[in-house]
Design a protein around this ligand. Sequence first.
Ligand SMILES: Cc1ncc(COP(=O)(O)O)c(C=O)c1O
Length: 365
Amino acid sequence: MVSPVCRGSTVLFPRAAAATDLWNQHDVGYTYGLYGTPTTLELAARMCELEKGYRTLITPSGQAAISLIHLALLDGGGHVLLPESIYAPNRKLANDLLRRFGVEVSYYPPEAGAGITASFRGNTRLVWCESPGSITMEVEDVPAIAEVAHRHGALVVTDNTWSAGVYFDAFRHGADVTVQALTKYVGGHSDLLLGSVTARDRAVFERLGEAHSVLGYAASPDDSSLALRGLKTMAVRLKASEQSALALAEWLSQRSEIERVLHPALPSCPGHELFKRDFTGSTGLFSIVFREAYTREQVQGFVDELELFEIGYSWGGVASLALAYDLHSPKRPAYGCRLVRLYVGLESIEDLKADVEQALGKMNT
Ligand SMILES: Cc1ncc(COP(=O)(O)O)c(C=O)c1O
C-alpha cells in the first residue's frame, strides 16, 4: 500500500562487470542515488501517468525543474520565448543567467495565440507557456502557440502547476514538455519542495535526463514519499478548493470595492473562452483587482486585516493565503498596486467569506 522511503545510499553491485552509473534507471535498474532512488522513481512514474507523458524526472523544487528545462533544451546562440505573465523567478533566470551564456531571451503577450508568429526568430528553440499566468490569470491558446512553434522547429513547454496536471492535458494541447511545482497541490500540505518535468517522447526525455544527471538535481526521497501521499488525496482536495474558490470569486465579483475578479472560470477573466475550451476544471488560485480609488495602503491593509487567510507566496496547501502585488509593467495589464492574489484552501467557505467581508468592511472606514 505505502511505498517505503529509500534514501540515497551506495548501490552495491553483485559483480565487477555489473557496475554501471548510467542515469537511465528506468532501463538499467537502480545505479546511483543522484538519478533518483526507488521512491523518487515511483513519484516520477505517478506524475507521468497524471500528465500522460512518456517519462518524468523529479527535481528538488519547481524552480529547479524550470532551470533543468532551460539548460537541457537551449544552447548559446539560441532564442527562448516566454509570456509576459511568466512566473517571476523563471523570468529572472532567463534574463540574468541564460543571457550570460549567450541565449537570446524575449517575451510575448500571453494573449498572442497564433499571433506569436511575429515574435519568432530564425534561432527560436523553446517557447514557454504558463496558463493561466499565476498572478494575472491570462489563459493562453496553447494549441495555437504549439502549432506555430512546431512549424518553426521549436519545442513548447507548459508550466502546468495551476491545474495540477488534472484539469489541463498539456500534451493533448500540443506541449512537448510539462513542468509542475509539486510544492503546491501534489504536496498539498505546505511541507515540501519538489518539481517534476514530463516529456512527450523519448528524444526530448533523453536530452532532459542527460542534463538532470550532471546538474546534481537529486530530489529528497522523504519529500517524494510525502508527495506520493499527497497524490492519494489530491483529487478531493482540488475539488474542495475549486468549489470554495468559485463561490468566493462569484461573491467577490458582486462587491462594490472590487473592479474585477481574475478567475479563469468567470467570464470577466481574460482568456475565459479558451479556459472553457481547454480546461476541465479550475483550482484554488485567483486574483482580485480593487477599484482605482483604493490606495496601496488600503489594499495592503485589507490583506493585513484578514485573519484566516495568511500572507504567503506558495499555495496548494490546506491554509488559504493572500498576497498584494505591485504590477506596473507597461506590457502587463496596469493593475498597479490594486491586485491581491488569493489562494483558497480547505477551510469552510462560510468562514472564508466572513473573513473577507470583515476585512473589506474595515477598508471602507
Ligand atoms: C507557476 C509556478 N511555477 C513554478 C514555481 C516554482 O516552484 P518552487 O517553489 O517549488 O520552486 C512556482 C512557485 O511559486 C509557481 O507559482
